[in-house]
Design a protein around this ligand. Sequence first.
Ligand SMILES: NC(=O)C1=CN([C@@H]2O[C@H](COP(=O)(O)OP(=O)(O)OC[C@H]3O[C@@H](n4cnc5c(N)ncnc54)[C@H](OP(=O)(O)O)[C@@H]3O)[C@@H](O)[C@H]2O)C=CC1
Ligand SMILES: O=C([O-])CC(=O)C(=O)O
Length: 253
Amino acid sequence: MRLALIGLGAINRAVAAGMAGQAEMVALTRSGAEAPGVMAVSDLSALRVFAPDLVVEAAGHGAARAYLPGLLAAGIDVLMASVGVLADPETEAAFRAAPAHGAQLTIPAGAIGGLDLLAALPKDSLRAVRYTGVKPPAAWAGSPAADGRDLSALDGPVTLFEGTARQAALRFPNNANVAATLALAGAGFDRTEARLVADPDAAGNGHAYDVISDTAEMTFSVRARPSDTPGTSATTAMSLLRAIRNRDAAWVV
Ligand SMILES: NC(=O)C1=CN([C@@H]2O[C@H](COP(=O)(O)OP(=O)(O)OC[C@H]3O[C@@H](n4cnc5c(N)ncnc54)[C@H](OP(=O)(O)O)[C@@H]3O)[C@@H](O)[C@H]2O)C=CC1
Ligand SMILES: O=C([O-])CC(=O)C(=O)O
């Protein structure tokens, strides 16, 4: 398999380590970063010359918006981590219009799970989908939630945001991609509720959601170890690796 990674931070370094020896890999970053078994490429045209079977994006909303529609339009399959960028209607339209020659965009579960069942439920049967993300203060560094507030001095949990998944995904590009993924799998960006919490006592990154539908009620909850980037759960790279491996698998579970 030939993999082109966009971004080589916490997620894609773990993806590269997981695919070592099983894929030829290049990476596109602004700094020209490399990793064991991964050669840096300087720009998008060098990435395309590599002729990847799959592009794996884990570089942030700006990179996803700038690169991915063009790659899909060139007939290249894409697996994206920065799902929240699709909360912007113009960007979503560009992604939906782009794929050519059967190119496919894969949106992995990322740091959450249970999406197989949620996505199987008929959309018009969904009555409520409510997501809560709880992370330690360090995970919110650099986010608008920290604006003017010393999160390191918190002595208890604080709700930083409550609103729709669309608002959350756009305001918190590094922490609410899962809210966007949940919205796309379920009730949509404007009918999925999101709450984001900083908790000094949180033992890891927590994601929980409740679904009420005509057919079923479900609850999902996970608490995961953070990766080298505090706001990114270690499970995210594992989810991307599963999606990559499923491409070649005889059995997909
Ligand atoms: N779906 C999900 O569940 C989750 C999704 N995410 C998404 O994944 C993204 C990556 O997460 P993570 O690995 O933790 O982030 P990191 O900050 O650890 O790494 C980001 C990487 O992207 C590169 N990068 C940034 N901007 C660009 C650009 N314009 N072009 C090319 N490379 C770029 C950076 O390198 P350089 O600075 O050298 O360019 C760096 O290598 C997040 O920003 C978020 O959008 C994160 C967590 C969960
Ligand atoms: O990795 C996580 O815990 C989730 C995350 O940052 C995101 O959804 O952007």
